[in-house]
Design a binder for this molecule. Structure first.
Ligand code: 4AD
Ligand code: MG
Length: 465
């Protein structure tokens, strides 16, 4: 091999005119090989783009024996001249001069052969699926969206604030926490009254993985002004649906001095920014996903960024659902926690655009939301999306010490003094929301199942890798 510097296939294809006529050095995994006894064509992919680079092996230069290890999934290093391609399907190709085999992939064993595989099958080999076109596209889009999120908030003056993953408080009060303990589960230390003695546990108290960074995020917002979190959250709900994960990533901005209207404005601007970023920067991947999985994908993405979201109080949403004449699986009445079918009816059939539903009954929302003057509803705001249902949940926060401590007491939550201090000392109106990252990736990629947009999905009865 000559002393050349490797070029990523994405960079080479983006700027191919400047490489034509030059010797290039490329490395990657073989997607396929075909040809005849004079010439062999290899489709090479290095993960930097959905597009493969065609490598041409002239059998006058390379023997059958030398090329034998080049099978789907093998990894190779090639040097050669980049030329304009005569064939269809690519603009340039490499005329191979030097070949180094890094690793073979026995075709009898390698599960990803050229033929398309079902997403269900690929979920069972999640350790290899990033090597497929589909998952390469999904995970590149995912990475681009993560970058867009940091870019959006940083440019807006929000500080990235790190909230703990191990916590002693249940933010959503839903009791869906994974406990973290080092106690011996077979002989738990007990107190006199028979309950478990958590004094003996690692942290000296009961601890769990966080379901949300919000409460600690509020400490950040009421000091730095505006913050966002972006990290994994964990929920032990037994929800086997295409929209729930046990481990998912959430982005939670929290903004001092913002009311619910400003909160909605930011949520709408934010989500449109992310979608636009993906449309601008992940074109090839999105077009690939559109072609293979969702023919309306780009149209739907553009529609969302070009149209205002509807803003509607929950009570009016209920009225629309009741008057729809539609047979829902779950009944609709004032006070019900909306099911995905209800959310999607409002978005997909009634309004035909995203809806921000506000002012939900306090009974079905978390304790920290600001109580409206009617005493019955809270200043919640859920953003509902086509295909997805709820993509964002948020609210204006209860800023009154008295009202908040009353709600905490009603719900029997302990150990919240630190949180109440934000209201005791220099309380301010403030708001925030949480975007489920995988639901955003689901929407942008047009995939159907949330387990296909995170590299290693965690869900009930599944914890591989
Ligand atoms: O509506 P949620 O439960 O709100 C909160 O956790 C608030 N603390 C957010 C805040 O105001 N800072 O969750 C927020 C979002 C949902 O809208 C949904 O997109 C996503 O998180 N989400 C899930 N995503 C995947 N799997 C699950 N099990 C999810 N649960 C919620
Ligand atoms: Mg919610």
């Amino acid at each position: 091999m000559k002393d050349l510097r490797r070029v990523r296939i994405a960079d080479l294809l983006k700027d191919s005119a400047s490489y034509v006529g030059k010797e290039v050095d490329v490395k990657g995994w073989v997607r396929s090989r075909r040809g005849n006894k004079y010439v062999q064509f290899v489709a090479l992919n290095d993960g930097s783009t959905i597009n493969n680079l065609q490598i041409v092996f002239d059998l006058a230069k390379f023997s059958d024996e030398e090329l034998k290890p080049i099978t789907t999934g093998s990894s190779i290093h090639v040097q050669g001249l980049l030329v304009e391609s005569q064939g269809k399907g690519q603009t340039v190709e490499v005329q191979a001069e030097k070949l180094e085999i890094y690793g073979t992939a026995n075709p009898e064993e390698y599960p990803l052969q050229k033929k398309g595989h079902s997403l269900e099958f690929l979920r069972e080999i999640a350790h290899l699926r990033p090597r497929t076109n589909t998952f390469g596209a999904v995970f590149r889009v995912r990475a681009a969206l993560a970058y867009a999120i940091h870019k959006f908030f940083t440019e807006k003056g929000f500080y990235y604030f790190h909230t703990p993953l191990i916590t002693a408080s249940d933010c959503e009060g839903a009791g869906a926490m994974f406990q973290v303990t080092t106690l011996p589960l077979n002989e738990l230390p007990k107190k006199e009254d028979g309950t478990i003695d958590y004094n003996e546990d690692f942290f000296g108290k009961q601890a769990a993985l966080t379901v949300s960074g919000q409460l600690e995020g509020e400490l950040g917002a009421t000091s730095l002004g505006a913050i966002y979190t972006f990290g994994p959250t964990f929920r032990a709900e037994n929800s086997n649906t295409p929209r729930h994960l046990s481990e998912f990533w959430m982005i939670e901005p929290e903004i001092a001095f913002a009311d619910i209207t400003e909160n909605m404005d930011i949520a709408e601007e934010f989500i449109k920014y992310c979608i636009n970023y993906a449309l601008d920067n992940c074109k090839d991947d999105i077009l690939f996903l559109q072609e293979h999985f969702d023919k309306d994908l780009v149209e739907r993405l553009k529609f969302v960024v070009e149209n205002d979201f509807v803003r509607l109080p929950y009570s009016e949403g209920i009225k629309i659902l009741e008057e729809s004449g539609k047979k829902f699986e779950f009944p609709v009445y004032w006070g019900v926690d909306l099911a995905s079918e209800h959310e999607r009816y409002l978005v997909e059939e009634h309004f035909k655009r995203p809806v921000i539903l506000t002012d939900y009954p306090k009974e079905i929302k978390a304790f920290y939301m600001k109580l409206n003057d009617d005493g019955k509803t809270v200043r919640a705001m859920d953003v509902l999306f086509p295909k997805i249902g709820e993509i964002i949940g948020g609210s204006e926060r209860e800023a009154s010490y008295e009202k908040l401590s009353k709600r905490i007491e009603e719900q029997g939550l302990d150990g919240m003094e630190w949180y109440l201090d934000t209201r005791k000392f220099g309380t301010v109106p403030h708001s925030g929301f949480g975007l489920g990252f995988e639901r955003l990736v689901l929407f942008v990629t047009g995939m159907q199942n949330i387990r296909d947009v995170i590299p290693f999905p965690r869900y009930p009865k599944n914890c591989e890798y």
